[in-house]
Structure formats: C-alpha cells, structure tokens
Design a protein around this ligand. Structure first.
Ligand SMILES: [Zn+2]
Length: 258
C-alpha cells in the first residue's frame, strides 16, 4: 500500500452525494492520506468548507473556476477575500485560463484570474491552476503578478520547456488518468523526463477517467493505479515515487501531516 495524496479531486460534487462517506473511508484504507478539493463556484464554497471541517483528510481550496464564468459575479471576489479569513483553505483554486471553453469570454476569464492571483498574493497562499491551451499566457500573468507562493498546475499538458518555467516559479505539475491512454504519448514522455521532485498525482474525480475505469465516474480510489502506471513508465519504484509525490504536495501546499 502506498501513502498517497490526491492533489486534485472534486469529492464535494453532487455526484458523490450517495456514497461520499464510503469513498472517503475506502480511500483511507487504500493508503490515501488525503485529498485536495478545489473550489469551483461561490455557491459551492459552503458545502466544501463544511465537508473539510468534518473530515480532516480533506484539504479545501477556494476559487472561481474559468469554466464556470457564467456563474461568477464581481461580488464573489470580495466574498472570496472574506471567506478566506475564517475557512483556512490550503490554496486559491482552481483558477486559470481555458481557451477550449465553448462560447468562453477570454477577457472575462482573465479579469477573474488576475483578481484571484492578487488575492493569493495578499493572503500568501499557493494557487491551483486550470490551464488549457494558455500556458504562455498563464506564465505571463504569474510573472507579471510577481507570484511567489507557487502552487500546482493541475492536469499539466504543456511542453517540457513550459514545465521548466513553472518549476522555476515554484510550481508542481499534476498528472492523472489522462496519461493512461495509449494515445497519450506526449504526456507519457513528459512524466518520464520531468524530475520526480516536480510531480504530483491527481484523479480530478469525477472527471478525467483513466483508461482502466469502466464505470461512469472516476473516483480517488484510482490513484494507486495511476501511481503504478507513472512509476512503470519512469522505471521508478512505485513506493519511492509515492513517497516523493506525496511529500511534494505537502511541501507546496504546506500541509501538516495527517
Ligand atoms: Zn478540477
């Protein structure tokens, strides 16, 4: 059994309502020390904060996700600052830029991303990034904002050079189920060449099902097999890679041992 942390999963989503407690209990038995649960929309924050208060293995982040722009209001940015005061999240997230969103308003996304980077700077928290087809833009904004508290680029799918730029800015790169597909050669090559000190593992449950998941839904219980897959392609000992990637999450998000 490997000691693991799911660095990105949405266990707070309604799809887990019927069996959330069972999954959290099973995950613990499967070696998961915890899950980082990013916020997506302001209306979801109360549930997330409440869940994290009753489960010490859930580490919440709070933020406004770029795929849900239609739900975000300017007032939510002020609300975010207020909620941060008493809810003690481990990061601001998930935030970022996504050029693949249909009918997306990119400038609107940019406005919320910049504002949330400023909040992260103010409260000195790392950020959980959602980046699709926008790595150069996101890197530009991180540099412009003089972001110094690092974070995680979730479901990283950029180039090796972009990976290095994130690493230089104090970021870890998240890999999950997408890498398990035979056609994911670029991702597999990347996870093979990046230093282990830069990698973190994630499921992004309930989304991003790995190839071996046959049910409708992805769960954090898939994390050990994702670890084994990545360890195999790197020719690493799975136990050693588990230890390193778990420590990476703890380091970058300043998690206390649980
Ligand atoms: Zn997510």
């Amino acid at each position: 059994m490997y000691e693991l942390i799911d660095s990105h999963c949405h266990i707070d989503f309604p799809v887990f309502e019927p069996d959330r407690e069972a999954i959290i209990a099973q995950a613990k038995l499967a070696g998961l020390r915890g899950m980082v649960v990013p916020g997506t929309v302001a209306s979801g924050w109360p549930t997330l904060v409440r869940l994290a208060m009753t489960h010490r293995e859930l580490w919440p982040a709070l933020g406004l996700h770029p795929m849900f722009m239609a739900e975000h209001k300017e007032a939510h940015l002020h609300e975010l600052e207020k909620v941060l005061g008493f809810s003690k999240p481990v990061a601001i997230g998930e935030i970022g830029l996504d050029k693949q969103v249909e009918h997306g308003d990119y400038h609107h996304q940019e406005h919320f991303f910049k504002a949330q980077l400023a909040i992260a700077k103010l409260v000195r928290l790392p950020v959980l990034l959602h980046v699709r087809k926008t790595h150069d833009e996101v890197l530009h904004h991180l540099r412009f904002a003089k972001h110094e508290t690092g974070g995680i680029v979730h479901a990283f799918n950029g180039s090796e050079q972009q990976a290095q730029q994130y690493i230089d800015l104090g970021f870890k790169l998240g890999f999950g189920g997408a890498i398990t597909f035979p056609r994911a050669l670029k991702l597999q090559r990347l996870a093979g060449v990046l230093p282990a000190s830069a990698l973190v593992l994630e499921t992004d449950a309930p989304d991003m099902k790995p190839e071996f998941e046959t049910s409708e839904r992805n769960t954090p219980l898939n994390l050990p097999r994702i670890l084994e897959f990545i360890a195999h392609l790197r020719q690493d000992e799975p136990a050693a890679l588990a230890k390193q990637t778990t420590q990476n999450v703890r380091d970058v998000l300043h998690l206390t041992a649980a």
